[in-house]
Ligand binder design. Structure first.
Ligand code: FE2
Ligand code: FE2
Length: 267
């Protein structure tokens, strides 16, 4: 381990043990990088850190590295596997917001929640599976081979968790409007899980992937074989024209959402 990795491992350990505040931990971490952090996390995993503790420390990273991630997405060429995955995360975030809206309507007891709307929404959520398969079969094994096994194992485990709860939620829609409390509880579990998961990949994992993976053409071929989600901006979608570097992520997102809705409808 490098001295920086040792410093970050000790910092994270002190934070988990309650000996260092969130602010002080963030101050030290901001002089680090995703590569150093993921290596440090391996050490923490070896010493028995739980996934819950790992989620706790993740929240410190987001604010620090998410701006870098936004810059990264603008710098990647159209159709780059990581760019597509990041753009898909934006659509996923939008789906999660829709799911929260449904939950709020149910909780407030205002108006009717159409079962079909819920089912369509969950059908779109099901499209996330292709996104996860591309990560699991193409990106994660390469990261693991490069020595970043700790966080990768956690991400794969979260994918499994996601499917389990997604199926549960689908079953609950069948019996809706019965079991609404259970349905709300499932949404409350699923939304933050996936939101933080995507943030972790955007802020950490993908940055490391861009540093350690070099056979992107092969990755691209693998991903094409696995296939894309209906809302993936491939093919005729042109998220960014040459020289469009000034376009902000929000406007890309808006166009993606419109495109995604169209694609899912056409599906
Ligand atoms: Fe993932
Ligand atoms: Fe992802």
């Amino acid at each position: 381990m490098t001295s920086k990795q040792i410093e970050i491992t000790n910092t994270l350990t002190a934070f988990i043990d309650g000996k260092l505040s969130k602010e002080d931990t963030a101050d030290i971490i901001k002089n680090s990088s995703p590569v150093v952090l993921l290596k440090a996390e391996n050490e923490l995993f070896k010493s028995g850190m739980s996934m819950i503790e790992m989620r706790g420390i993740s929240e410190i990273y987001y604010d620090i590295f998410i701006e870098d991630a936004k810059r990264t997405i603008k710098g990647l060429e159209k159709g780059h596997p990581i760019r597509l995955l990041m753009l898909e995360h934006m659509v996923i975030r939008n789906l999660l917001r829709e799911l929260e809206n449904v939950r709020d309507t149910i909780s407030a007891g205002e108006g009717e929640v159409d079962k079909k709307v819920l089912r369509d929404l969950m059908h779109n959520m099901g499209e996330i599976e292709k996104h996860h398969q591309r990560e699991e079969n193409s990106i994660f094994p390469r990261l693991k081979d490069a020595g970043y096994w700790g966080r990768v194992a956690m991400m794969a485990k979260e994918h499994d968790d996601f499917i389990k709860h997604e199926i549960l939620l689908m079953d609950l829609i069948d019996v809706f409007p019965g079991y609404t409390e259970r349905l709300t509880r499932e949404i409350n579990y699923l939304v933050p899980l996936l939101r933080f998961h995507a943030l972790t990949e955007d802020a950490l994992l993908y940055s490391v992937a861009l540093e350690v993976i070099h056979d992107w053409e092969i990755v691209n071929e693998e991903m094409e074989i696995i296939g894309y989600s209906k809302f993936t901006p491939v093919g005729n979608f042109k998220p960014m024209k040459k020289g469009d570097d000034g376009e902000d992520v929000e406007s890309i997102l808006e166009r993606l959402i419109q495109y995604g809705k169209r694609k899912v409808k056409e599906g």
